[in-house]
Write a protein that binds this ligand. Sequence first.
Ligand code: MTE
Ligand code: MO
Length: 170
Amino acid sequence: MDALESHPVPDTVDPNGWRLHVTGAVSQPLRLALEDLRALPCGDFSDDFTCVEGWRARDLSWHGVSVGSVLGRAKPTQHGTDVLVRAMDGDYASSFPLDHARSALIAIELEGEAVPLEHGGPARLVPTGGDADCWESVKWGSEIEVLTANPTDRDTAETIALNRGSTPTE
Ligand SMILES: Nc1nc2c(c(=O)[nH]1)N[C@H]1C(S)=C(S)[C@@H](COP(=O)(O)O)O[C@H]1N2
Ligand SMILES: [Mo]
């Protein structure tokens, strides 16, 4: 594979305190540790990753649990319409229509190894639809909130990603 770009890991990211929270319009809110995720049915996904800033990492192979499996446990209520996936680093969040989100992977391995912290470990959201924007691949994913209406200003990923202003470091 060609490498992903390197970006600084925000200070707010603490892999030891990481859990995946499933919240909002669900019958069964969840708080999952990495072992809990590993116990769910796993899947693989490989694709190139392209950033709008003009670089591409070819043929990345991801392994993890589908959002659908996790939601199968949490059981969204009939009012659920969308999900908002939040990162551990502050305000970063990206939304997806509920049905579209189910196929996304919560990746815990990249190229057969734990996802490096630098690239979003312990868990990075990897949309599998093929038409995802780079900012929808949420690094340090720590909450899946089921919403009952289309998200508005709480979906911050595009704004944050496009205004990041920092250049990648090698
Ligand atoms: N939590 C979080 N996830 C994020 C971002 C971010 O700033 N914070 N940037 C996004 C963008 S725009 C890109 S291109 C990729 C970069 O992934 P990489 O750092 O592994 O190369 O992460 C995406 N996911
Ligand atoms: Mo990006």
